[in-house]
Design a protein around this ligand. Structure first.
Ligand code: NAD
Ligand code: UGA
Length: 480
């Protein structure tokens, strides 16, 4: 057993591993942090001198990286060396939904977690605290422990020992640095109090002790899944009510404000939008569904699965509505999509509602001009499964778009993206979309023109005054 922590390794330099270790390294300047990844390009990107080229965009991240990088924070591909010297190893690798085999479509694919545990078993020296940072199915700690216990008899150092803890991450993208700096809670699950205390001491450098919760390991694993399930459930709930608002004349923003004033409900996470995205909500709920089914709790499984089903339905509802308002057809019509990231202040597009809505509109024959301040055209091609046709930018004759039905191109500039369009669809709540000069935009649009605001960020009056038809998510007073 160790008495103090000096050296930390994090396996996985992604959206969680990178920012989390950057925060810890800033708060604990005496400790050494090695963040490792099998993806060499990602490591190279974390080491780029030009901080605007870091692999992920998060407000406040650049400052943390520039303070600690190559002082006590290192991004490296030398996994063996990093594990050998570590007192604590955080496993922060991806845990996507399985695409084939048993549990496909619901359970988590744990092959990266297993590979990480095997690397720890192989390279660690002495006692190592192994921390589950990834979001994992309940009882994964048992599987990790069994891999760690079966140390290869040829291994050079046999006197190794391990404690496995669960310490799930609750940061949200776009606000990751704020969330890490001031978390609502830090959850540490385990049965080895000494190791739990050592992990807790790291956080105590900046997190008040009363915010650090100790639980048994299974509660910690389940609390993470449940937390995401509850958050996603609120969004599906409010989005389902937005559909009722649109047919009854109620306004979802007024409904949200009214119910959020009830302190038992609370006002957060009640913004209706185009449907939740992000890498985790869907996968974590499906994981919970799989768990419930595995234990024969079919009613519980059905209850949670509906949160995902409604989300899918809601996205299609928005694309169908756009087609309907554009006189029932969008073939050859030029539509500007504002926002491709799954939320503002991130370059992440995983499970973004924009992907589904763009695909639906392209299938209907629309020609899309897509703008996002942080998402690259390469990423959009990957997500849409179709390369951009940059020739589209040079076409001046609006009628020519018939020839290009179902195609898309990227526009860096909002003003160029709206040239000759029939509609503008706002799908991400980027701050800059709230200050668009609609009078100027209106002059560039084809008539009749439409603005569809799925994020409630656009001022209705400015759009209507500019002689553009307006639809806002969940506002029945407009759409009736
Ligand atoms: P990510 O895909 O951005 O990063 C994971 C990284 O792990 C990748 O760079 C991958 O190359 C690396 N990796 C995989 N196997 C490896 C191995 N054997 N050795 C070294 N590196 C390896 O994923 P992420 O978004 O950071 O999520 C990681 C985990 O954290 C997931 O379980 C996720 O559910 C959870 N989580 C994510 C968020 C979020 O906002 N993204 C928030 C909380 C929790
Ligand atoms: C979410 C959780 O908020 C984090 O606590 C958790 O750690 C993380 O998942 C995870 O495990 O990965 P994240 O997905 O990054 O974080 O972002 P959120 O702010 O939760 O947004 C998720 C989706 O819900 C986005 O598409 C967002 O636009 C949407 N949303 C959010 C709404 O439509 N309305 C809201 O009121 C809030």
């Amino acid at each position: 057993m160790i008495n103090s922590i000096k050296n930390i390794c994090c396996i996985g330099a992604g959206y969680v591993g990178g920012p989390t270790m950057a925060m810890m390294a800033n708060k604990c300047p005496k400790l050494i942090f090695n963040v490792v990844d099998i993806n060499k390009e990602r490591i190279a990107a974390w080491n780029k001198k030009d901080l605007s080229k870091l692999p992920i965009f998060e407000p406040g991240l650049r400052e943390l990286i520039s303070n600690a990088r190559n002082k006590n924070l290192f991004f490296t591909s030398e996994i063996k060396k990093a594990i050998e010297s570590a007192d604590i190893v955080f496993i922060s690798v991806n845990t996507p939904t399985k695409t084939k085999g048993l549990g496909a479509g619901k359970s988590s694919d744990l092959k990266w977690v297993e590979a990480s545990a095997r690397e720890v078993a192989r390279f660690s020296k002495g006692h190592t605290i192994v921390v589950e940072k990834s979001t994992l199915p309940v009882r994964t700690a048992e599987a990790i422990q069994s891999i760690l216990n079966s140390i290869d008899s040829n291994s050079s150092t046999k006197n190794k020992s391990f404690s496995v803890l669960s310490n799930p991450e609750f940061l949200a993208e776009g606000t990751a640095i704020k969330d890490l700096e001031n978390p609502d809670r830090v959850l540490i699950g385990g049965d080895d109090q000494k190791s739990m205390d050592l992990l807790s001491q790291i956080y105590e450098n900046w997190v008040p002790a009363e915010k650090i919760l100790f639980t048994n390991i299974w509660s910690s694993e389940l609390a993470k899944l449940t937390s995401n399930a509850f958050l996603a459930q609120r969004i599906s709930s409010i989005n389902s009510i937005s559909a009722i608002c649109e047919v009854t004349g109620a306004d979802i923003r007024e409904v949200s404000r009214a119910i959020g004033k009830d302190t038992r409900i609370g006002s957060k996470f009640l913004d209706s939008g185009p449907g939740f995205g992000g890498s985790c909500f869907k996968k974590d709920i499906l994981n919970l569904v799989y768990l419930a089914e595995y234990y024969g709790l079919y009613e519980v499984a059905k209850f949670w699965e509906e949160v995902v089903n409604i989300n899918k339905w809601h996205r299609h509802r928005i694309s169908r509505l756009i087609v309907k308002k554009l006189l029932g057809t969008v073939v050859g019509k030029k539509i500007c999509i504002l926002g491709f990231a799954f939320k503002a202040n991130t370059n992440d597009t995983r499970e973004s509602a924009s992907i589904n809505i763009c695909r639906d509109l392209m299938e209907e024959g629309a020609v899309l001009f897509i703008q996002d301040p942080k998402v690259s055209p390469l990423q959009i091609s990957y997500d849409l499964g179709q390369n951009e046709n940059s020739e589209l930018k040079n076409i001046k004759d609006k009628n020519l778009f018939f020839k290009f039905e179902g195609q898309w191109c990227y526009e860096k500039n909002i003003f160029s993206a709206v040239e000759g369009v029939d509609a503008v669809v706002v799908l991400t709540e980027w701050e800059e979309y709230s200050s668009i000069d609609w009078k100027a935009v209106s002059k560039k649009m084809r008539k009749p023109s439409w603005v569809f605001d799925a994020r409630s960020v656009i001022c209705q009056k400015k759009v209507v005054d500019a002689n553009i038809n307006f639809w806002r998510i969940g506002d029945g007073t407009i759409t009736k």
